[in-house]
Design a protein around this ligand. Structure first.
Ligand code: TXA
Ligand code: MG
Length: 328
């Protein structure tokens, strides 16, 4: 299969890219689309045969459920149940953060094929703020299942070229919406009666969520996001996290690369380096993270040394991704 890239630079290009994606999705095909977090691989969420193609294309294990993206709010209670004691919290979260990078896990309804939720009794819902994604899902007129458009366990794509690297020859279309804004996947929460449990950290921080309810960490035995495997976002090059990069000496003859956060001086024997932000800005760091990891991964290095970031605000989500990238 030849994978086409549809440009969206002009209004005409954008309109024809949207029509092309919608036509594919309506015929039960899959297409890669930009969202404000990372690129997604979309299919009709109400068609099991379409959704199977996502799992096959990504080589994703069937136990890992997909996020369902909604065209409008009216769809929430068509695919999920809002329990009355949780309704005030859920409605406040939706009013504040949708459309945007927050995914909400709720009890599911039967209309959704069980392959989408990997057999779970819950469903993960999101409404994208991306102009292209939201136009496609509205024109499609129903929910779209869309995980990140990478092969399973690998670095999520934040540009059309990354999707091409991951899925070229496996999908018919990538809609190119340029680099994504946030650069890391949505925050996943399970809201219950006054309590918000974070299943995956992301662009919406604990600090922001804490204004809406009591924050709970995942206790042992509590449900977790099945896709949150310790080894994920994996570059092919071994990656280690350094609390103090000034202490790292590159072994003789080894090709090391650095993924930097601070402006500490570091050994000149690093072959390659990337700086997540030149101004200490965590939003910029998150937006650069996966692209820079990919670039370092392509540099023929023996090891990538990533500098630890402060674990506050967005730093929590960035460190979560780095730890998973470091897990071998
Ligand atoms: O930003 C994002 O969320 C991107 C864009 C494309 O929307 N999507 C994304 O999807 O990151 P994916 O499939 O790569 O990650 C989905 C995460 C997984 O960790 C999965 O386990 C979790 O959401 N998830 C899905 N359904 C769930 C459920 N019912 N209960 C708990 N976790 C769930
Ligand atoms: Mg993913």
């Amino acid at each position: 299969m030849k994978t086409e890239i549809a440009a969206t630079g002009t209004p005409n290009e954008k309109a024809s890219a949207v029509r092309w994606a919608v036509a594919l999705l309506q015929s039960g095909e899959i297409a890669a689309l930009p969202t404000e977090t990372v690129y997604g691989l979309a299919a009709d969420a109400l068609s099991a045969t379409a959704v199977v193609k996502i799992f096959e294309t990504k080589e994703r294990p069937r136990f890992d459920p997909l996020i369902v993206h909604l065209p409008e709010l009216a769809w929430v209670e068509r695919v999920a149940v809002i329990e009355e004691n949780a309704r005030p919290l859920i409605e406040r979260l939706i009013a504040k953060f949708w459309p945007g990078p927050l995914t909400i896990v709720l009890p599911r309804r039967e209309i959704v094929p069980s392959i989408v939720t990997a057999g779970l009794e819950t469903i993960a819902l999101r409404m994208s703020a991306h102009p292209i994604f939201s136009e496609v899902v509205r024109a499609f007129g129903g929910p779209l299942a869309a995980p990140s458009a990478n092969r399973f366990g690998r670095i999520s794509p934040t540009a059309a070229a990354h999707v091409m690297e991951e899925l070229s020859g496996r999908i018919p279309l990538i809609v190119d919406g340029g680099p994504t804004e946030h650069g890391i996947e949505s925050t996943v929460v399970a809201p219950r009666h006054g309590v918000i449990e974070v299943l995956r950290s992301g662009p919406i921080t604990r600090e922001e969520l804490g204004k809406f309810g009591e924050m709970r960490s995942r206790g042992s035995g509590a449900p977790e996001s099945p896709g949150q495997l310790p080894s994920h976002y994996r570059p092919q090059t071994p990656l280690v996290i350094a609390d103090d990069i000034t202490q790292i000496a590159v072994p003789h003859g080894q090709r090391f690369g650095a993924l930097l956060w601070s402006d500490q001086p570091f050994s000149e024997s690093f072959m390659e380096s990337r700086r997540l932000s030149t101004t200490g800005n965590l939003r910029e760091a998150a937006a650069n993270l996966f692209r820079q990891l990919r670039e370092l991964d392509h540099s023929g290095l023996d090891c990538i040394v990533a500098e630890a970031l402060p674990e506050e605000g967005l730093g929590v989500a960035i460190m979560d991704r780095l730890r998973r990238a470091a897990h071998w």
